[in-house]
Design a protein. Structure first.
Length: 319
């Protein structure tokens, strides 16, 4: 006689419950049923992996399903929803992982190009016998390797532009992934990705400008907790936005429509907006402080600090 009896009228639910047991993990079955029975109902729960499917079928027949139907139905719903959520998350995670891989590859390329620039400059200085400049090159190379500080003796514009573009691309991928998770009601996954995003921002150095660094039109800084953005807009206005809970302007240079092409943190500590012809359209007035660094803080303030850590200029926009 076949193990599964022909269906009787009204027994569809029984078939569903039995089918559920076919896929139920063996450890869960141990919780649902006693480990032993007397007489012909004796069941040995210590089975090999080869017989687990048959065992599940046997349990489905043996277990008093009526008493456990409420639990089985609930567990089935949880199982189906968990499986569906996992399937929904896979393409979102795959796209984010690809974006992260692309970012790492681009940053490795940028660092390689900078290393090549250092090497070429060192060869030329050694040939020229310029010891003072060679010693300076060594110090700047060490500072770049350890702190990411941009050097003076080798060109850095290509590095800053490419590395910033790579960071912005990954920034966009993180934001899109969070948006897609929320749309698919994957709140837990969205929270995890948001945590990853904040860790990335904290480690990427996208919240500050180094001496000599340039922001081109469309470039921006993002605070470590992704609460504020300092962006040079396409209209030439340098604007500080609050991003959460709603986007709002908290400071602006007022230079829209004046031909601004880039923003430069000069090595003397002055932040300037320049035209394509090099004309200064706006300046922070903080010159005279070598190696100043601009930081976009999570209190909404953009601050230029000198090498000793003292503030020499700010947007005065803390909230």
């Amino acid at each position: 006689m076949p193990f599964v009896q022909p269906l009787r009228r009204g027994s569809v639910s029984a078939l569903v419950r039995r089918s559920f047991f076919c896929f139920m993990p063996i450890k869960l079955l141990k919780v649902l049923a006693p480990t032993s029975r007397t007489g012909s109902d004796q069941v040995d729960f210590e089975v090999s992996a080869r017989t687990q499917t048959s065992f599940s079928l046997a349990i489905a027949k043996w277990l008093p399903i009526r008493k456990a139907s409420w639990f089985i139905g609930l567990a089935g719903i949880v199982f189906v929803l968990s499986f569906a959520n996992a399937q929904d998350e896979k393409p979102i995670r795959a796209k984010l992982d690809q974006a992260k891989s692309d970012y790492e590859a681009e940053m490795a390329k940028c660092r390689k190009e900078m290393t090549d620039s250092f090497d070429k400059k060192e060869v030329s200085l050694r040939k020229a016998g310029k010891k003072d400049l060679l010693d300076k090159l060594k110090l700047e190379r060490e500072a770049f390797d350890k702190e990411g500080e941009l050097p003076i003796v080798v060109p850095t514009l290509a590095y800053t532009q490419k590395s910033r573009q790579a960071r912005h691309a990954l920034d966009k991928a993180f934001r899109q992934s969070i948006k897609e998770c929320l749309k698919a009601k994957l709140d837990e996954q969205a929270a995890k990705i948001e945590t990853e995003f904040k860790e990335f921002l904290a480690a990427s150095g996208n919240d500050w400008m180094r001496p000599g660094e340039v922001l081109s039109v469309g470039d921006s800084l993002i605070s470590k907790a992704a609460r504020y953005e300092f962006v040079l807009q396409t209209d030439g206005n340098l604007v500080l936005f609050r991003l959460v809970p709603t986007k709002a302007v908290v400071w602006a240079s007022g230079t829209q429509g004046k031909g601004v092409s880039n923003c430069v943190l000069q090595r003397d500590g002055n932040l300037i907006l320049k035209s394509k012809l090099g004309r200064v359209i706006w300046a922070s007035g903080s010159s005279g402080h070598a190696l100043g660094k601009l930081t976009l803080q999570d209190d909404g303030n953009a601050v230029i600090y000198n090498r000793d850590g003292a503030a020499i200029w700010s947007t005065k926009s803390s909230e």
